[in-house]
Design a protein around this ligand. Structure first.
Ligand SMILES: Cc1ncc(COP(=O)(O)O)c(C=O)c1O
Length: 447
């Protein structure tokens, strides 16, 4: 002891105690910061100890919490082992194409000097006065290259995502002199955001009217037609076909990686979004092709009142990305186009998913699709939707809770106007998360 005392003087002990206290304080600060960040969203690992019934619905997306260097080769990595990790496939966050954009490198990098993009205005001669001509040009060019939309005799309206354009369309199509709000309907299963986006402001102009197949009120209405459909991936047409109906076609997924392109779409009002076309959801850019000038003017007015236009920086960046996609389709000999790349990934993911579903011996089922001719790829192809519309077939009433018990977060059919036997699962997450998901499915005991 005397020896020890001589080794550690009082000064040594004080320094040691100070160091321990500092590290303890730093640890506490670190933990409290994390707890602030994870206030609503438990950390991975925390969740796995909860009983399925008590697990919160919203959790941090594992795709955000794990850096992923996504490459095509990742598909062939051995299956991951960590069964406690929460796999969040509730959202359709399109991280799947990151590898392509990483490869593209400088070609899609843009530099905007401090003095640029300063004015509110882009082109005052255009109905949509905040539309950047460069962006408009690339949208038209890409539709021509892909052959998925008629752009002649159309007004182009840009929006902060197609979500803003959706609201602009409801505003523009609603009658102003009606004593009752116009009903907004869509055939179930419908995109889960439509009801809440329609009703959250309790507008006096329009209100959610539910499943179009069950809509029996006479008079005008707005029908939302999503094709291919989110969540189930099927090609759709209007189901009501009444003379007083106004149609909004949401063609977010009418691109060759998801569905065969049959012909150029040719509707009164069509919505597209960069989020699902190229995966750049964070840029928040969407566009509408509008036949009627007055409708385009009213949509523009809505965006003017809402956000006084749309970010010019985003439009310029979007133009560059769209140009890279069109250029990649024109590459002569060698070089994979964006759609070849994305189509290959979706094909591969769906193949692996179907194999996993088959191994469940009828416990799960997914939709089957017939092949049809794709004018873009010039061959017969089957769709590879952005979401899996999965059904729990046996003795499981609530498929979302069942999968949550395995730390797989999905979105229940109830959000899409159908039974909780269904869930929607994103096929657009990172390779890493997708591999974890497949592996997790393989750990489910189906007896
Ligand atoms: C059918 C459909 N429409 C619109 C959107 C919204 O797109 P944006 O990111 O452009 O707002 C989504 C997003 O998931 C969608 O699935």
């Amino acid at each position: 002891m005397a020896k020890l005392q001589s080794l550690f003087s009082m000064r040594h002990l004080l320094v040691l105690s100070l160091a321990l206290n500092v590290s303890l304080i730093l640890r506490m600060m670190y933990d409290s910061q994390l707890d602030l960040f994870f206030y609503k969203y438990p950390r991975q690992g925390q969740i796995s100890n909860l009983h399925p019934q008590n697990k919160p619905r919203l959790l941090i997306s594992s795709s955000f919490s794990n850096s992923s260097s996504s490459t095509c080769e990742d598909h062939h990595q051995p299956p991951p082992k960590n069964n406690n990790r929460v796999i969040n496939l509730d959202h359709g966050d399109p991280r799947v194409y990151e590898a392509f954009w990483r490869e593209t490198g400088e070609k899609t990098t843009i530099k905007i000097a401090g003095w640029q993009s300063m004015s509110y205005f882009s082109d005052v001669s255009n109905v949509c006065w905040f539309l950047e001509p460069e962006f408009a040009e690339e949208v038209v060019r890409l539709h021509r290259v892909v052959g998925n939309a008629v752009t002649e005799d159309r007004h182009l309206v840009v929006g902060t995502g197609s979500s803003q354009l959706f609201l602009a369309a409801l505003y523009a199509l609603s009658p102003t002199n009606s004593p009752q709000p116009i009903s907004v309907v869509s055939a179930s299963p419908y995109y889960s955001s439509y009801p809440s986006m329609t009703d959250y402001q309790k507008s006096g102009l329009y209100k959610w009217g539910g499943d179009a197949d069950k809509f029996d009120i006479s008079g005008p209405y707005i029908e939302l037609v999503t094709s291919p459909n989110n969540p189930d991936g099927f090609v759709r047409r209007s189901v009501l076909n009444r003379s007083e109906g106004l149609l909004v076609h949401d063609l977010a997924y009418y691109w060759p990686q998801y569905t065969p392109i049959s012909s150029p779409s040719n509707h009164d009002l069509t919505l597209f979004t960069l989020s699902k076309t190229t995966g750049h959801a964070g840029m928040r850019i969407g566009w509408a092709l509008v036949k009627d000038k007055e409708v385009a003017k009213k949509m523009t007015k809505f965006i003017e009142l809402n956000t006084i236009g749309v970010s010019k920086d985003s439009q310029l960046r979007a133009a560059k990305v769209l140009r890279a996609v069109s250029d990649s389709c024109k590459l002569q000999g060698g070089g994979e186009s964006f759609f070849q790349f994305s189509h290959k990934i979706m094909t591969d993911r769906w193949k692996q998913l179907r194999e996993a579903v088959q191994r469940s011996n009828g416990f799960f089922s997914v939709p089957t699709f017939s092949p049809s001719f794709c004018t873009f790829f010039n061959q017969n192809l089957v769709p590879h939707p952005a979401f899996v519309w999965l059904k729990c077939e046996k003795n499981v009433e609530d498929c979302e809770s069942f999968l949550r018990g395995y730390n797989i977060l999905t979105r229940s059919g109830t959000h899409f106007g159908v039974s909780q036997q269904y869930v929607r699962i994103s096929m657009l997450d990172t390779d890493e998360n997708f591999m974890h998901f497949l592996h997790r499915l393989s750990t489910i005991n189906f007896r």
